[in-house]
Ligand binder design. Structure first.
Ligand SMILES: [Zn+2]
Length: 180
């Protein structure tokens, strides 16, 4: 990562997750623990600025958290994790915390958002492999069920999210997860 990570990273075996403290997240108003390992992983895009460097990603995370808490009235940033184009994984609510990203599905899913708008843009291979590594770690640590379903937000709600180009690669990611 050529030393560009803001502060320390927390090593989670094979994927480095930039923890909340390191992107200076504000404290959540409240948090609800998930009772069981997640059954579903829901892929989103932020539909905002494309971020591929911490100097863009960190202010963007602050912006998204502020927007979610102040404008939408959520308890915290809505997603469990966010992934930038350079393959960095940022901790949102983290594992085992109920998110606010897909109505009626938050209690048994993990919401992962790619930072950018993928209606017209292809997700980077670094970001896709970061997702795969994150999910393998999630299964390994028992946060996600081994037979979890990987879906796009549009599979569970009437939305364009996660953008056509990101949505289109999901079948390939499912294959890669199965054949590993
Ligand atoms: Zn979404």
């Amino acid at each position: 990562m050529d030393g560009c990570a803001p502060g320390e990273t927390v090593d989670m075996t094979a994927v480095a997750v930039v923890c909340r403290r390191d992107w200076k997240a504000v404290e959540p108003r409240d948090r609800t623990e998930m009772k069981n390992p997640a059954q579903t992983v829901i892929v989103h895009h932020t539909a905002l600025l494309y971020c591929a460097h911490p100097r863009d990603s960190v202010p963007e995370l602050t912006h998204i958290q502020h927007m979610h808490m102040q404008e939408r009235g959520f308890d915290d940033i809505g997603y469990n994790f966010l992934i930038s184009g350079d393959g960095m994984v940022y901790e949102g609510r983290g594992w085992r915390v109920v998110g606010a990203h897909a109505k009626e599905h938050n209690f048994n899913s993990v919401g992962v958002a790619f930072m950018g708008n993928f209606s017209d843009k292809l997700p980077s291979s670094a970001s896709l492999s970061a997702l795969l590594r994150l999910l393998r770690i999630g299964v390994l640590h028992g946060h996600v069920r081994p037979n979890f379903a990987l879906v796009g937000h549009r599979d569970v709600a009437k939305t364009e999210c996660p953008g056509e180009h990101l949505y289109t690669v999901l079948p390939k990611l499912r294959d890669q997860l199965q054949n590993h």
